[in-house]
Write a protein that binds this ligand. Structure first.
Ligand SMILES: Cc1cc2nc3c(=O)[nH]c(=O)nc-3n(C[C@H](O)[C@H](O)[C@H](O)COP(=O)(O)OP(=O)(O)OC[C@H]3O[C@@H](n4cnc5c(N)ncnc54)[C@H](O)[C@@H]3O)c2cc1C
Length: 306
């Protein structure tokens, strides 16, 4: 197993990084019969913290001038906004704004101390929102088990019609000809069965069958789709928006980018780590990537569950 460099892997995975965007996109493929599928998780940072440091001045100016608190605003080292936000939160605790404080240049040491002593609550101030796509319903079932500090909004299989149906190919099938062919046949059959069932249920609804009736138009559609989805496999794509704070993302990475995690969610968690590490190398700089014998990656840190 070799330790790989996060920046290099982000580039290798086709990472997009500019002032507005951090993302690892995933292309859509089609079966010979035209059914869309994806082979990798798409991970897009939708939102990250933005700090108004100058907003502190009215507060810092209100103390004894000998304390020289306003100096805090002149720190020459700029931090990622998420690290700056958590550092302000930590430094408010001890009113560490004067010349004796830890400067931004020593932010890594500051956060290493905090992580090693388990004072993770200051990391809860910084939130990151992601869009995940190209992940299966089995991955989202595992993902939504993370309760603390997480919020989820997932595609509704009751509301969304079959026109948006896509599937996700497991890593084990991608490079094995027979399993890949079987996957393509299976999703073509699943899409066909879903469409045929929807059609039949609609006919029953139009004929006035009680269990499929509803007063509102959208409820009519839901009544059909909530039934038809029963034939969709675990490998159906389930796009989801997930917001969590840094403490919660760290726990997610430790659990799900570990070598013990299921491979598909591990592929997702490694990509989440790469995007977070790109956005904030201070808060996520303590992790090391390892390539496993199956050529996938895992992530480890000496500071667990801060
Ligand atoms: C390799 C692996 C295998 C797994 N296998 C299974 C399985 O076979 N069956 C299964 O059901 N699940 C399984 N899981 C899911 C696992 O049990 C957790 O539900 C999931 O990983 C979320 O972890 P968490 O509860 O620590 O995270 P979160 O829900 O995000 O919670 C974070 C932390 O907050 C604290 N916390 C949260 N809620 C409470 C609470 N109610 N009371 C006290 N403290 C709380 C805990 O310290 C917790 O670790 C597996 C997970 C992994 C990584």
């Amino acid at each position: 197993m070799s330790i790989s460099d996060a920046e290099q892997l982000f580039q290798e995975f086709g990472g997009e990084e500019n002032i507005h965007t951090i993302a690892l996109h995933a292309p859509t493929h089609h079966t010979p019969g035209g059914i869309p599928y994806l082979q990798l998780p798409g991970v897009v940072v939708l939102a990250r913290p933005q700090v108004d440091l100058a907003g502190l001045s009215g507060f810092l100016n209100g103390f004894d001038s000998a304390l020289r608190f306003p100096q805090y605003l002149d720190d020459p080292t700029q931090l990622p906004d998420s690290a700056q936000l958590c550092k302000i939160a930590g430094q408010v605790c001890y009113m560490s704004f004067g010349p004796g404080r830890t400067l931004n240049a020593q932010a890594k040491r500051y956060f290493d101390n905090l992580k090693s002593s388990g004072h993770g609550s200051v990391l809860e101030h910084a939130n990151f929102s992601f869009l995940f796509y190209g992940i299966s319903r089995s991955v989202t079932h595992e993902l939504v088990r993370h309760r603390s500090g997480f919020s989820f909004s997932q595609l509704s299989q009751r509301y969304v019609s079959g026109r948006m149906l896509r599937f996700v190919e497991r890593p084990e099938y991608r490079n094995e000809q027979q399993l890949h062919q079987q996957f393509m046949h299976r999703i073509e059959r699943a899409a066909e069965e879903y469409n045929a069932l929807t059609h039949h249920l609609l006919e029953m609804q139009q004929a006035g069958v009680d269990i499929l009736s509803a007063e509102a138009r959208t409820d009519l559609r839901k009544k059909v789709q909530q039934c038809a989805r029963s034939v969709l496999p675990n490998e159906t794509e389930a796009p989801i928006v997930v917001t969590a704070n840094v403490r919660a993302w760290r726990h997610f990475i430790e659990m799900r980018a570990s070598s013990h995690a299921e491979i598909e969610i591990r592929e997702l968690a490694v990509r989440v780590f790469l995007c977070l590490r790109t956005s904030d190398p201070i808060l996520f700089g303590d992790y090391a990537l390892e390539q496993l014998s199956d050529s996938t990656y895992s992530v480890k840190t000496p500071f667990q569950k801060v």
